[in-house]
Design a protein around this ligand. Structure first.
Ligand SMILES: Nc1ncnc2c1ncn2[C@@H]1O[C@H](COP(=O)(O)OP(=O)(O)OP(=O)(O)O)[C@@H](O)[C@H]1O
Length: 451
């Protein structure tokens, strides 16, 4: 996507010269000869950088700069000032201009200054994204999975990464969908950031502005213009987690973006373009959701150009020992306690356990064990299925087959027993929210042991 430059200059010959020069350099350019013209252009076009002259027929450039900064504090503006106008240059910087160049403008100097301005904007954007996002594995060595099932996944990641096609990652909660999305991004060669949005964590009305941004005054509380995740993910990846939770009106909007590559901020009429690669994830069966008319079929096919399926941990138990080591090493850095030595008994327990909350549950159980361990050993009593409790029956032909509900009820009860009925810890281990736990307790009439 071309970088869009707005030249605000009333000297038509100079404006044309600059426009021509930067068009040749690959920029998209527009010219405004007045403050009013510049503001009108900015209200209806996406602009990456403004070149602003001080003397304009309907006002001073510095005043326009002040208004532009109030409207959008992230818009980079470069002032063009007279050679001896040092006071003005200083004032412009104070008002938030990123830089200034003296007139007569030398295009080479301007190129340098513009390059710096765009780079600083990119870094600021990335910094903001990093501040918003928790750290996650970025390299394949952080991704554990040596068994058959995960080798297949690794191969899919490698094949998918460079294609830039939209990807749908499916798998139960906690199987590592976000880890895989980040790996695909890290190996894609895309220059922009990885931006994650959890579609289930934000109420529908706010999700729209989170995704698309909003204009100042678009609704009560919109005191400033907000840049949405689609804009932040420019040249990068937008990770839409729990896409199955997206409400139907937003599904329609998302479909339009995927078809046309354009969108508008909430309360705005400016058509913005996006080139973000979309990676979506879900723990739902989207085909079933389509059959039940809760998910748009056309959207599913747009998102699902490539599918990566992550099997549940209980179907790749061979990875558990290695994962346990890696997850303890990771937790050690967070809680400042050393990783534990896994005893044979504990390894057997880890291999038997159902892990309905998958890798996240394993991570939480091990972190808790590290907190409680006394002698550097991981022993079975530190794990939810400790001594005194019956291990799950082996899956032989004679063993009675249980429904998923029965297994779930039994498992949640076991974790509740382990935490002494502490709901917060139980949620952490299971990787589910507090309301979800309360619903399950009511549904299965589970009992809360007193600690
Ligand atoms: N293969 C793996 N190797 C190392 N760590 C992993 C792996 N898979 C998952 N994890 C870790 O397990 C935790 C859960 O992973 P992640 O958040 O990616 O799961 P998810 O499937 O996106 O979950 P949800 O559906 O609940 O959003 C994270 O802390 C992640 O770092």
């Amino acid at each position: 996507m071309r970088t869009q430059l707005l030249i605000v200059e009333d000297d038509a010959a100079l404006a044309e010269l600059l426009a021509l020069h930067f068009e040749e350099q690959g920029y998209g350019t527009a010219i405004a000869s007045t403050c009013a013209g510049a503001e009108a252009h900015l209200a209806s076009h996406a602009v990456d950088l403004v070149l602003l002259d001080q003397h304009l027929p309907d006002g001073r450039g510095i005043e326009l700069l002040r208004r532009l900064r109030a409207e959008d504090p992230e818009l980079p503006v470069i002032m063009m000032t007279g050679l001896h106008d040092l006071d003005l240059a200083i004032e412009a910087i104070k008002e938030g201009a990123l830089d200034f160049v003296h007139k007569p403008v030398k295009t080479q100097e301007l190129e340098l200054v513009m390059g710096r301005a765009l780079e600083s904007r990119r870094l600021r954007r990335e910094l903001r994204v990093l501040q918003e996002e928790p750290a996650h594995p970025r390299t394949t060595s952080d991704f554990i999975g040596r068994g058959e099932a995960m080798l297949k996944v690794s191969k899919e990641i490698a094949l998918t990464a460079a294609s830039h096609a939209n990807v749908l990652i499916t798998g139960e909660s906690g199987t590592g969908k976000e880890v895989v999305a980040r790996l695909i991004h890290a190996h894609s060669g895309l220059s922009g950031p990885f931006v994650a949005v959890n579609c289930a964590a934000i109420v529908e009305t706010l999700l729209e502005s989170e995704l698309f941004g909003h204009e100042k005054g678009a609704f009560t509380g919109a005191v400033e213009r907000k840049v949405g995740k689609f804009e932040l993910a420019r040249d990068g990846t937008l990770f839409l987690d729990e896409i199955g939770e997206l409400a139907l009106p937003l599904q329609a909007k998302l479909l339009r973006i995927l078809q046309e590559g354009t969108f508008e901020r909430v309360g705005g009429n400016q058509k913005l373009t996006t080139n973000a690669r979309i990676i979506a994830a879900t723990n739902r069966d989207l085909l079933q959701e389509v059959r039940e008319k809760r998910f748009r079929e056309d959207l599913l096919y747009r998102l699902n150009v490539v599918t990566v399926h992550l099997p549940p941990l209980r179907e790749r138990r061979e990875d558990i020992p290695l994962l346990a080591q890696a997850l303890m090493a990771k937790a050690a850095k967070k809680i400042h306690k050393p990783p534990l030595h896994i005893t044979d008994g504990a390894e057997q327990a880890l291999l038997r356990y159902p892990w309905l909350g998958n890798v996240r549950e394993l991570e939480n159980v091990l972190t808790q064990a590290m907190v409680h361990a006394r002698d550097g050993l991981l022993t079975p009593d530190l794990l939810p299925s400790g001594p005194g409790e019956e291990p799950p029956p082996p899956a032989t032909a004679e063993a009675p087959l249980k429904s998923l509900d029965e297994v779930e009820a039994e498992h949640i009860q076991r974790v509740l027993n382990h935490t002494g009925g502490h709901k917060g810890h139980t949620c952490e281990i299971l990787g589910i929210s507090r309301p979800a736990l309360d619903r399950k307790i009511a549904k299965y009439a589970l009992t809360l042991p007193q600690s």
